[in-house]
Design a protein around this ligand. Structure first.
Ligand code: AHM
Ligand code: MG
Length: 346
């Protein structure tokens, strides 16, 4: 089989379909290169000084792991100087990071969760980097947080790199989903899957079941019906998986279908959910939709939500279309939870 590298794939997309402007191509290549460096640090584990807590907290009050901080620095350093970016925003930084004046400014905005699934770092379970790319719109001088507050449907590209048994980069530029596996011998990402499709039906759900008693009635109803199996209203048995790394759970869904949920729960009713709209939900929703799946917050399409702030949280239901539709219908039927969703569809 002919091996196609990420670079070749991007050049061909640019040349044949005119889909990828050169700044976007550079951006994706730089992010991919940064992910290779992060993969090296992750792989070192206890042999490098990378495990454990960094003794700092991020803007959401979560204790940062050393690898969270390292990955954030790697992504910033790699992306600052290329001239493809106007600014960056990260789950691990309070405010946006402007490209220093000494470098040329580009037209794109990059958002990332540098290392998602931090709770899994020290126990050697798959983790990953998630990224989302927006365009800076308008011709005004400088960049502010306001420039980032665009609904996810305006993403120019999105993807993640999973650091698991294999290191795999998964990418969309709005024309389907492609997967690239890192060849450690040559150091290049090689195309291993194109036109990824999520089956519309599934018998597998992913949710943190320990929170069941806190969920809103529509989510509880959906899961209880799955648990009832063959004898219940669904008439079939379901299987459950929960890796507690969104990248790993979404990766499985892209590979073989399934539904993933991190719903609102009543412990902190003012919070729409645990996951972040701009760094986690939007890029994953873009990938899932590009693979024929669906992503909602129980009410509206994730990618239509108007973010009110950079670190906004959201309830997430994504994956196989018919199942996500079912959970969304259950929300509509009960009209529940509406008041708990700060992000509004726009
Ligand atoms: P993080 O960005 O701080 O790592 O948190 C996000 C992660 C997701 O990857 C995962 O789906 C979820 O948190 C797991 O949460 P829980 O530990 O509540 O099951
Ligand atoms: Mg995360």
């Amino acid at each position: 089989m002919k091996r196609i590298s990420l670079t070749q794939y991007l050049v061909e997309q640019q040349r044949e379909h005119g889909r990828i402007p050169s700044q976007l191509r550079l951006l994706i290549e730089v992010v991919a290169r940064a992910c290779k460096r992060i993969a090296i640090s992750v792989n070192k584990g206890a042999l490098g000084d990378v495990m454990g807590s960094a003794d700092t907290e991020n803007v959401q009050g979560e204790v940062q792991k050393k690898l969270d901080v390292i990955s954030n620095e790697v992504l910033i350093e790699a992306n600052e100087w290329g001239g493809h970016l106007a600014a960056m925003a990260s789950e691990e930084m309070d405010t946006i990071h402007l490209v220093p004046n000494r470098y040329p400014q580009g037209e794109y905005l990059l958002l990332f969760d540098p290392l998602d699934g931090s709770s899994n770092i020290d126990v050697n379970v798959s983790i990953g980097t998630i990224f989302s790319v927006l365009r800076k719109v308008g011709h005004h001088h400088g960049v502010s947080e306001q420039d980032f507050l665009q609904p996810g449907r305006f993403q120019a590209a999105a993807g993640y790199c999973i650091y698991g048994p294999q290191t795999t980069l998964v990418l969309t530029v709005g024309d389907g989903v492609a997967m690239f596996t890192l060849d450690r011998e040559t150091g290049s990402f090689v195309l291993t899957e194109e036109n990824v499709q999520i089956p519309a039906d599934t018998k597998e759900f992913a949710v943190n079941m320990s929170n069941l008693r806190h969920w809103a009635p529509p989510v509880k109803r959906y899961i209880e019906e799955c648990l009832a199996g063959k004898d219940g209203p669904r008439g079939k048995d379901f299987n459950m998986r929960w890796i507690a790394s969104m990248v790993a759970d979404v990766h499985r869904i892209l590979c073989r279908g399934g539904i993933f949920m991190y719903p609102w729960d009543k412990r902190e009713p003012e919070k729409a959910g645990k996951l972040r709209l701009m760094y986690e939900a939007n890029p994953m929703a873009f990938l899932v939709e590009q693979a024929g799946g669906m992503a909602t917050n129980g009410h509206d399409r994730i990618m239509d939500l108007q973010p009110g702030k950079l670190h906004e949280r959201v309830s997430v239901i994504l994956g196989s279309k018919n199942e996500v539709q079912r959970v969304t219908d259950y929300h509509r039927d009960t009209g529940a939870e509406a008041a708990s969703q700060p992000a509004q569809a726009a």
